[in-house]
Design a protein around this ligand. Structure first.
Ligand SMILES: C[S@@+](CC[C@H](N)C(=O)[O-])C[C@H]1O[C@@H](n2cnc3c(N)ncnc32)[C@H](O)[C@@H]1O
Length: 202
């Protein structure tokens, strides 16, 4: 195991805004995944794209710690992980126009109406992410919840900073992209329909 790999991004060691080139030691583009969970998606996409740098943000301490071990075990030197809340991290630490792609896979659905405000994808976060993406940078989202998809589409429709690239529905892996998250694997095995949606920063 390559446990010497420095995968952790620690706040105490970062003076905001972050300097990606300093953090990764190279000028490659940076992609960010919000809520990486069991880390399967990050491991797959980072292995497929060795000349891109990847940052994973996760609010669960347990998944964050497990993610570090998995990235070290995979020997991926193009991945760094951050433990914390995504909105706060983007607002305080991520430089404007510094991110090539952002991925959000199966954000917690909060299905009860009274909990809808807790959903990650809200107008304020979507605007904040637009300010962090490169011009023409992309935001990819996957969900199995149709009502959440509808809410997401409404938010983006009301935001002049994005144009839709695709909105795709599928019941099998590989129809839209070559990498797969852990929830995606589980839901597809259960025969669920997945909604994939991608927007580009104008
Ligand atoms: C339903 S799970 C999906 C995990 C993974 N993306 C997948 O598709 O397998 C949602 C994940 O997002 C994380 N999460 C929820 N809100 C977050 C936030 N505000 N910032 C960072 N991570 C968050 C949760 O801890 C959880 O691991």
């Amino acid at each position: 195991m390559a446990d010497h790999l420095n995968v952790e991004l620690k706040y105490a060691e970062i003076e905001p805004p972050m300097c990606w080139q300093q953090i990764f030691g190279n000028p490659a583009p940076v992609d960010i995944e919000i809520g990486f969970g069991k880390c399967g998606f990050l491991l797959e996409i980072a292995a497929q794209h060795p000349t891109t740098n990847f940052v994973g943000i996760e609010s669960s301490r347990k998944y964050y710690r497990k993610g570090i071990t998995k990235v070290q075990r995979a020997g991926l030197n193009n991945v760094k992980l951050l433990w914390g809340e995504a909105f706060h991290i983007f607002k305080r630490y991520v430089p404007d126009h510094s991110v090539a792609n952002i991925y959000i896979n199966f954000p917690d659905p909060w299905p009860k109406k009274r909990h809808a405000k807790r959903r990650l994808l809200q107008a304020e976060l979507v605007s904040l992410l637009a300010s962090k993406l490169y011009p023409a940078g992309c935001l990819e989202i996957a969900t199995d919840i149709e009502s959440y998809l509808n809410q997401i589409q409404e938010i983006f429709l009301a935001n002049a900073m994005y144009a839709m690239v695709y909105s795709h529905t599928s019941t099998h892996h590989g129809s839209v992209r070559t990498y797969c998250s852990d929830y995606e694997v589980m839901f597809l095995q259960e025969g669920k329909t997945i909604y994939y949606i991608k927007y580009k920063r104008k």
